[in-house]
Design a protein around this ligand. Structure first.
Ligand code: AMP
Length: 183
């Protein structure tokens, strides 16, 4: 295996079936490209969908879950490795440490928080791992607009804004992310 990629995604599935289909497609591409999955360790929403699909395809899955969320996010008992931590901070630190790249699928504020943390860590030079958005069905159009507005308002450098990969399809996204991974 070439390593692990962290996927941040909803603990809910959203109201468009394309979100579930896309989570499955990401699993297929990760396995095809010989990458394992690092994720939040739950069985609910898109998190559960991508983990189950990875396992069905014979892929490796590491989940990192805080003890307090064991019940709420239904810790996934069948994954390759389930790491239990005490805090959200530990969760994110382990997920970041184990991964060679970060991809956000559609999700809620937890997903946004996780993406922005690793993106800001890259900005201040804590890592050089690719950060990416899967803009399926235009889900992240408003976020991309906000980032462009942030650049236009001179709060964010254009080149740094451009370093956040955003693609509409899984194939294009994985190709770009993998090309930027330091293997
Ligand atoms: P959501 O996108 O809100 O459905 O949440 C997706 C995942 O992000 C879930 O596993 C949440 O537990 C996780 N999450 C939410 N807030 C945080 C946080 N501050 N730090 C780490 N993970 C979080």
């Amino acid at each position: 295996m070439k390593g692990y990629i962290a996927v941040f995604c909803g603990s809910r599935s959203g109201n468009n079936p394309v979100f579930v289909d896309t989570a499955k497609e990401v699993a297929q591409h990760l396995v095809d490209h010989d990458f394992g999955l690092v994720y939040g360790g739950g069985k609910v929403g898109l998190m559960g969908v991508i983990a189950d699909e990875m396992l069905a395809l014979g892929g490796e899955v590491i989940g990192v879950i805080p003890e307090k969320l064991f019940t709420k996010e239904v810790a996934h008992a069948g994954i390759t490795e389930l790491i239990t931590v005490q805090t959200m901070h530990e969760r994110k630190a382990i997920m970041a440490d184990k991964s060679k790249a970060f991809i956000a699928l559609p999700g809620g504020i937890g997903t946004l928080e996780e993406l922005f943390e690793v993106f800001t860590w890259a900005q201040i030079g804590y890592h050089k791992k690719p950060c990416a958005l899967l803009n399926v069905d235009g889900f992240y159009d408003p976020l991309n607009e906000m980032l462009d507005h942030t650049v236009a308002s001179d709060f964010l450098a254009q080149d740094y804004r451009e370093s956040l990969i955003s693609k509409n399809t899984v194939g294009e996204l994985l190709k770009e992310v993998i090309s930027k991974i330091d293997l």
